[in-house]
Design a protein around this ligand. Structure first.
Ligand code: UDP
Ligand code: GLC
Length: 397
């Protein structure tokens, strides 16, 4: 089964990380990554995945009618090129790794005649645009994968054939001795005392990720005389707004006089090691659609405190395998941090249950198998079902 895994951008964030790790864990399907030249294909080549480079196109939908027209023309062009490339490559299913990729892959279905799976990683746009996209998805996509319930919800209302497939993580907790070594190594690299308490927040630097709340929580702790360090891991991507937000974070750390306790690491390749060397992962996002970093940290046995919006509460069960707090509520966040730091029994329980949670419900093997099953159904003519929501509710119990 040759699958064209189509990504419309070469930039790498959670959706692309998920693509690569899932592709490596297929047992039946043979993935071929179709994307513009850049970071994604470089990484895929390093992982020995088959790749097909496509012309680069930054598909951006705008409200400005001229820009919108230019964007649509660009999308049609990219869709045409894709339809040509898949025909040359003997592909059985196209797996489009975003809403935009799905649209581009479906524009020329009449030409390539290959079933298209749309993989949705974001909470869908509201209003007329959202409605139009959903109507188009209903007609054009042979199957739709959503990464969490809020991503899935609006499509369900329209009766779209849609399946919930949560991201999966690789369970590769380091042995105790190696953990100690990694902890020393990373802390030395990041100029952080070995015995100090370390929190980390990992992901693209962007206003909706609210790294500022992690800095504010650090400030509250330092004010109470509790020395803590905060590693802000990741870089701004995609927009100027995100670059400016990083500057804002520097200024905030300085203004609150916690600059000496904050490390801005930039993009790191060794997230498993970062999780293992830190004591706690924070996720402060406004409506995180899923949050791969949560399952990556839990798979390492690192406790997580995360905002309860978006798809996060499908992963974390409060006080059982992590802590949830209300977005923007710094007091609640600080309380959660202190609970974990002061209550060893709670910390241990959360770490152990976290690993179990990943093993039982969020392993990469489960995610890869569920995705391959969708491909098989498409090839045998069976279509998707709406059972995903029911499954996810069962998982969340
Ligand atoms: N990541 C990484 N290095 C970094 C920051 C993030 O490798 O410096 C990875 C992280 O391990 C995760 C992904 O990028 O796999 C981020 O995914 P997530 O779903 O958490 O957030 P997104 O950025 O996609 O919204
Ligand atoms: C998107 C979402 C993120 C999710 C990732 C992988 O980037 O913003 O929440 O974890 O895709 O599915």
């Amino acid at each position: 089964m040759r699958i064209a895994y189509y990504n419309h951008t070469s930039a790498v964030s959670g959706a692309e990380m998920n693509l690569m790790v899932t592709a490596k864990h297929y047992t039946k399907a043979h993935p071929v990554i179709f994307a513009p030249e850049g970071e994604l294909l470089d990484r895929a080549r390093k992982d020995w995945l088959e790749v097909v480079p496509l012309a680069s196109f930054n598909a951006r939908l705008s409200r400005n009618p001229f820009r919108l027209a230019a964007g649509l023309i660009g999308m049609f062009k990219a869709g045409w090129q894709l339809s040509e490339a898949v025909r040359e490559q003997d592909i059985q299913v196209i797996h489009a790794n975003s809403l935009r990729a799905g649209m581009m892959a479906s524009f020329f279905s009449w030409r390539h005649r290959i079933p298209v799976v749309w993989h949705l990683h974001d909470i869908p746009p509201k209003g007329l645009t959202g409605w139009l996209i959903r109507m188009y998805a209903m007609r054009a996509a042979q199957s739709v994968i959503a990464i969490s319930e809020p991503v899935m919800k609006d499509y369900l209302k329209l009766g779209q054939r849609i399946q919930l497939v949560h991201n999966g993580a690789v369970l590769s907790e380091f042995p105790v001795k190696e953990k100690e070594y990694i902890r020393e190594k990373i802390r030395m690299q990041l100029n952080t005392p070995l015995e100090s308490k370390v929190m980390t927040i990992i992901g693209q630097i962007a206003p909706w990720k609210r790294q500022e709340d992690a800095i504010r929580a650090l400030h509250a702790l330092v004010q109470q005389g509790e020395e803590n360090y905060l590693w802000i891991v990741g870089e701004p991507k995609f927009r100027l707004e995100n670059e400016l937000y990083l500057e804002e974070l520097y200024r905030l750390a300085e203004r609150l006089k916690v600059k000496d306790y904050v490390r801005f690491t930039g993009f790191r390749e060794d997230i498993d090691e970062i999780c293992c060397a830190a004591d706690l992962l924070l996720l402060c996002s406004e409506n995180e659609p899923f949050g791969r970093v949560i399952i990556e940290a839990m798979a390492q046995g690192t406790p997580v405190i995360a905002t309860s919006g978006g798809g996060v509460s499908e992963i974390i069960q409060h006080k059982r395998n992590g802590l949830l707090y209300t977005t923007r509520n710094i007091l609640e966040l600080v309380q959660g941090i202190q609970d974990i730091q002061r209550n060893e029994e709670l910390r241990r329980r959360i770490c152990e249950n976290g690993i179990e949670r990943i093993k039982n419900h969020f392993s990469i093997e489960q995610a890869a198998a569920a995705t391959e099953q969708i491909y098989s159904h498409l090839m045998t003519g069976e279509t998707g079902t709406n059972s995903g929501l029911r499954q996810s509710r069962e998982v969340a119990k």
